[in-house]
Design a protein. Structure first.
Length: 365
């Protein structure tokens, strides 16, 4: 029987890492002892039966290409022992496809962002060529599936991101010293969780707070690390938003903070299927999201389970926040919360992890 190589060279504390942990935590018995995990970065929380392959060289280098090449060499080392392999790639998919074709083995790739957001025409050309060579392409939303069919004529398989509701609720009960939201009991408590990058676009949230801070008491909490941190801090200092905005570093347990919040805002320019927005619906937050091409529309039921706003429309977000704060009747908002909460069944843990396991069993046999 074939062995499966899970290929994910680089971890940056995002949604892909959380998904991998869930998918490979409790393996189907038919997959036990059949999986190798290849990554440059260390990851904990996988099934104990998975063999983790350490990189042959470990340097303090953040360059992704270097990590990819080191991990490809790890695949070659596994191939020399077990030439009957299947590669399951969660990252650097083109590299995984190329090495699979060189070795004459099958490859499954999980695409992470929809092609409509790509502006690099060369990248689109490369993806169009190589993704068609994959034996299976996985996407995590219906809109993503439609885009792959429309642009690349690829009939991808939809497997939604799983969510472990029980675990997240238990994590939210862990007490942390956090008084920021308590400094003003009357303030509107808004949260954003995500890497501090161009994609996550938190600068637009700061512009929103700048507009609103004189109109109502509001506090924004941003949780995440990334290259845009200094720019965000400079903006906070320039416009004296330090009493209205707080940035905390990335944490494996942001759920205590979600539980204490009222409103979650997703400011991303693009997404695949944002885990954090799904998690916000679990804690029954009012959700506002930029209506990027894939993800939010599906999670928020086309706007019935939350507010969908066109990209970078901070004026609209300001209007929604202000109207909510001064609204005496919250019936409309409670209905939205209930709709998005019921939609969580789509991301049920066992259902989605079993779909991944069934797919792998199909390729192993």
């Amino acid at each position: 029987m074939k062995k499966i190589v899970i290929f994910n060279p680089s971890f940056e504390g995002g949604g892909v890492e959380r998904n991998i942990k869930l998918i490979f935590k409790n393996l189907n018995k038919k997959l036990v002892n059949k999986i190798y995990f290849v990554s440059y970065d260390k990851i904990n929380g996988l099934d104990k039966s998975i063999k983790t392959i350490e990189p042959f060289i470990k340097l303090k280098i953040k360059n992704r290409l270097f990590k990819y090449l080191v991990c490809i060499i790890s695949i070659l080392k596994i191939y020399l022992k077990h030439n009957d392999l299947v590669i399951f790639s969660f990252q650097a998919n083109v590299y995984a496809i190329i090495i699979s074709k060189i070795l004459g083995i099958k490859v499954i790739v999980r695409a992470n962002s929809a092609p409509t957001i790509w502006t690099n025409k060369f990248k689109i050309f490369i993806i169009k060529i190589f993704y068609k060579l994959a034996d299976e392409v996985i996407v995590n939303s219906l809109e993503f599936h439609k885009e792959m069919k429309k642009i690349f004529n690829i009939n991808s398989k939809i497997i939604y991101n799983p969510i472990d509701k029980e675990k997240l609720i238990n994590l939210s009960k862990i007490k942390k010293k956090f008084n920021y939201f308590d400094e003003d009991k009357n303030s509107l408590k808004v949260i954003n969780i995500g890497r501090l990058t161009v994609q996550k676009n938190q600068i637009e949230l700061l512009k929103t707070i700048k507009k609103l801070k004189e109109k109502l008491p509001i506090k924004l909490l941003i949780i995440g690390n990334g290259p845009k941190k200094i720019e965000l801090e400079n903006y906070i200092n320039m416009y004296k938003l330090d009493k209205n905005v707080k940035i905390l570093p990335y944490t494996n347990n942001p759920y205590t903070y979600l539980k204490k919040s009222e409103i979650f805002v997703l400011s991303s320019l693009y997404e695949g299927l944002p885990n954090v927005l799904i998690e916000a619906t679990l804690f029954k937050l009012i959700c506002i999201s930029f209506n990027c091409k894939t993800g939010p529309k599906e999670i928020l039921k086309g706007g019935k389970g939350g507010f969908l706003v066109k990209l970078n429309d901070t004026k609209k977000i300001s209007y929604i926040l202000e109207k909510y704060y001064f609204s005496k009747k919250k019936t409309k908002y409670k209905k939205m919360i209930n709709i998005s909460f019921k939609n969580l069944k789509l991301y049920e843990l066992n259902k989605q992890t079993n779909r991944y396991h069934e797919l792998m069993i199909k390729f192993v046999n």
